[in-house]
Write a protein that binds this ligand. Structure first.
Ligand code: ZN
Length: 226
């Protein structure tokens, strides 16, 4: 998986002897536009999300197997077994499939890589939820904890004055503090931050994906609940 670009943008180090054309790529047009496939490393840890085309490339090159849920147990199927399963149990009409000359092939939901055992770390996506989580739902001016619905996101340097939406310029603020500060810098409003806002540390892919709610039902057991 040389140059593999995972969904979080993390790029694992090249694996010696790996095929360069196995790289994951956002640009690679998926065969099916909507279906996404979760990829686990060989330790069953989620490491990325790929499109259908990439998923089948991994299967055909025997770099991955399908995790198939059968009778409450996981079966690992190689590409031949997966094709056989698709032929024996045709997918439902509403199910997304890969059209082939002979028969429609089921699109797997989760793959497990055979040789890759790293756990890439990912940036946490900048969002309201991310800011609240970093600040532990605590107003960064008065230090009081509130329910999420009671909190606002404040630009330390106001947008009107060139302040950007970054981890370093966004903080959690209660409504009272946000109103009091208004479009001023903290010191102009006689306010102080309780701590300097920073970009949160990178987290394993599964945690980042879970925080962003990028779930599909079949992935649930492989991603921690947000
Ligand atoms: Zn406050």
């Amino acid at each position: 998986m040389q140059g593999a670009v995972l969904s979080c943008g993390e790029e694992p180090a090249p694996t010696p002897g790996a095929e360069s054309d196995l790289s994951f790529s956002r640009e690679a047009a998926p065969v099916h536009p909507s279906k996404r496939v979760l990829v686990l490393n060989r330790n069953w840890q989620a490491v990325g999300i790929v499109g259908v085309k990439r998923a089948f490339l991994l299967l055909f090159r025997e770099d991955a197997r399908v995790i198939s849920n059968a009778k409450d147990a996981h079966a690992l199927l190689d590409i031949a077994q997966w094709l056989e399963l698709s032929a024996r149990h045709p997918p439902a009409p509403e199910e997304e499939t890969l059209a082939t000359v002979r028969f429609p092939v089921r699109i797997p939901s989760v793959l497990i890589l055979s040789g890759y055992d790293r756990l890439p770390m990912c940036e946490v996506h900048l969002s309201r939820e991310g800011i609240l989580s970093r600040d532990e739902c605590t107003c960064q001016y008065c230090g009081q904890r509130h329910a999420e619905s009671e909190l606002t996101i404040d630009h330390i340097i106001p947008r009107e004055r060139g302040g950007r939406s970054t981890w370093e310029n966004l903080v959690t603020a209660c409504r009272d503090c946000n109103e009091r500060k208004a479009n001023r810098l903290p010191h102009e409003a006689g306010m102080r931050l309780t701590r300097r806002p920073r970009r949160p540390p990178r987290v394993p892919f599964a945690a980042a994906a879970a925080r962003e709610g990028r779930f599909e039902a079949a992935w649930r057991e492989f991603l921690p609940v947000a």
